[in-house]
Design a protein around this ligand. Structure first.
Ligand code: WT7
Length: 592
């Protein structure tokens, strides 16, 4: 079924006009250098994300505006001005200095949406450290894997997260010198931890950001592939140029707007668009400590008079599931622009936005590696429900046909011009927030490029007018509730269970979460599959991986399908489970 294009929305009376009014003109005239100039330079020289997001507003005399409105779980609201966030982050830079941390060291957070996370982020950047967020729903295994790869020296977290997720693996992390707890002090501190608040109190709040090379590393965002360990995508301070530009073009952020990004700060969206882009654009950002809650969300949109809202398809589907009536209790007359990211947004979701809020959701596409929005439906333009949109000005995207060698490495990429042809979505490298590599894995980085293109790993098509449509992933990674999950990471944990001989993990379609994780398990001799063992395995996986990554269900198999070289064929597991054609099975082992 195809859906009608929605005409460009001229906006309600009194609303500011769209920043991107004329798409073709903006693309023709866009210049990254001009955007760089708009952001200004660091007084000491260079470019620093924290200066672009916080200090420059203090310098230009508008630091008293609200940068962050924090809403606690108990609905206590607390405003932080740009000047206050600037001061607190300077204090944290001093804390790092007092601890003997060196520029370039990695500072991690493991926390939900708490003010200390944002202070740590910008304080680490002011100091010259590299900041890396961990998702608070990760279990000890994914937490330790990422801290280890990143060589984390400092970790900011809470007492309960420390006890449940870090303490069990701390002896594996010799580089982790300082653990700062945001909600404990004095005698309550577990051994080997310190109080964030006490260190902040003892530190000064004067800090001069040292000269920062725009190419200096600033952010480390972990993402998942189908094989091997998590990949740490490295981003430079220069990324803020793209965060700023895309905040304007794709999210239509006007200075003074109230803006709400619902993404968790444990992932790239919650940092790029839940902190850096809005502050670089001078808006007030809403930070709600609570997790998804439909009634609460409608109340926030209404009472906080949100102008621009950036959320995700799973959340939209959860709202849809609870019905329009709940939404009808509130008014959304300030809501000007609705956008979504992270997984395919079904046309029904786009249109539901229009019905309930008077505005369609605008799908956007990007990845951890791209650091910022690459493709979007724009406020000032028509919306094609089901399409990811068109490249943001300054970005060249294409559909390419990739040739690979016997090991699967790409050797050439040829753009396909025929509209509607499926191929891999590729981008012309060189934009400011492009990842600079995977930490400690140069070979994997090189495999992302061929023929002068960055290969996204997504299959897509482009229509005759230049709009991009998502087709599916080119690999086996799973997308559940917007989170990228590596089947390998889940399989590795299942293999640690004494009854498990082999495991194959896939994503099954789910009407709300997009996909849910399912594991197929081959048992060791002497073990028999039972409901009880399945439950035990789910519990085993949950404890180690956390709720975000653990499989929802387990099925037993006497022999998982393997290639002749012994690799589990996840693609075939999935096809069989869904009753789909098995495709090319020429590499399948004989008794598979
Ligand atoms: C993968 C990247 C986007 C930042 C947060 C996630 C999928 C993303 C869309 C979309 C269909 C989408 C892709 C992409 N994805 N946006 N609009 N439509 N799929 O970053 O965890 O690196 O995931 O998310 O498969 O490659 P990520």
């Amino acid at each position: 079924m195809s859906y009608e294009t929605l005409a460009a929305d001229g906006g309600r009376p009194g609303e500011p006009t769209a920043i991107l009014e004329d798409y073709d003109r903006a693309c023709a005239t866009f210049d990254w250098d001009e955007t760089r100039r708009l952001l200004g330079r660091l007084p000491a020289g260079g470019l620093n994300i924290a200066h672009a997001a916080l200090d420059r507003w203090v310098v230009n005399g508008t630091g008293d505006r609200v940068a962050m409105r924090f809403i606690s779980r108990q609905w206590q609201r607390r405003n932080y001005s740009y000047a206050e966030l600037s001061r607190l982050s300077s204090r944290f830079a001093n804390v790092l200095q007092d601890l003997g941390v060196e520029p370039g060291d990695r500072v991690f957070t493991l926390a939900g949406r708490i003010p200390e996370l944002y202070v740590s982020l910008f304080g680490a950047l002011k100091f010259g450290a590299v900041y890396s967020p961990l998702f608070s729903a990760f279990g000890p295994e994914p937490v330790s894997a990422r801290l280890e790869i990143g060589g984390g020296r400092v970790l900011v977290t809470t007492r309960s997260l420390y006890r449940r997720k870090v303490l069990p693996v701390r002896d594996r992390l010799p580089a982790l010198e300082h653990v700062l707890l945001t909600d404990a002090s004095g005698a309550e501190l577990p051994p080997g931890t310190r109080s964030f608040a006490e260190l902040m109190d003892a530190a000064g709040d004067a800090w001069r950001i040292p000269p920062t090379d725009p190419e200096a590393l600033a952010l480390l965002h972990f993402t998942s592939g189908t094989t091997g360990k998590p990949k740490g995508a490295m981003h430079a301070h220069e990324a803020v140029v793209a965060h700023y530009a895309t905040g304007r073009y794709a999210l239509d952020l006007h200075p003074g707007d109230v803006y709400w990004c619902t993404a968790d700060p444990g992932w790239v969206t919650g940092i790029s668009y839940g902190a850096i882009s809005p502050l670089a654009n001078g808006v007030t950002m809403i930070i709600d400590e609570e997790e998804f809650d439909a009634a609460r969300w409608y109340r926030i949109l209404d009472e906080e008079r949100v102008n621009v809202w950036y959320t995700a398809p799973t959340a939209i589907r959860m709202l849809m599931k609870q019905g329009k009536e709940l939404a009808a209790a509130h008014h959304y007359d300030r809501l000007r622009h609705l956008a979504s990211v992270g997984e395919p947004l079904n046309p029904e979701g786009v249109l539901w936005g229009k019905e309930v809020f008077g505005r369609p959701f605008h799908d956007t596409w990007w990845q951890t590696e791209t650091g910022a929005i690459m493709i979007a439906n724009f406020r000032g333009a028509e919306v094609r429900p089901g399409s990811m949109g068109r490249p943001v000005p300054g970005i060249e995207a294409s559909i390419v046909r990739v040739s690979r060698d016997d090991d699967g490495n790409p050797v050439a990429a040829e753009p396909v011009t025929e509209p509607g042809t499926h191929g891999e979505l590729a981008l012309q490298p060189g934009w400011p927030s492009m990842f600079r590599g995977y930490l400690g894995n140069e070979a994997r980085y090189r495999r992302c490029f061929a023929g002068g293109w960055y290969l996204s790993g997504d299959m897509a098509k482009r229509d005759a007018d230049g709009w991009f449509w998502f087709v599916g992933r080119a690999d086996d990674v799973i997308k559940s509730a917007g989170h990228l999950i590596s089947p390998f990471e889940v399989e590795s944990v299942l293999l640690e269970h004494p009854a498990v001989a082999e495991a194959g993990v896939i994503g099954l379609p789910d009407p709300v979460a997009g996909e849910v994780v399912k594991a197929f398990v081959e048992l060791k001799p002497g073990h028999a599959g039972s409901d009880e063992l399945a439950l035990q395995l789910v519990g085993f996986a949950r404890k180690r991986l956390g709720a975000a990554l653990a499989p929802r269900s387990i099925a037993f198999s006497s022999r998982l399908p393997r290639t002749r070289s012994g690799k589990i064929m996840r693609r075939l597991l999935k096809a069989r489970e869904l009753g789909l054609p098995e495709g090319d099975t020429s590499t399948l082992e004989q008794n598979g």
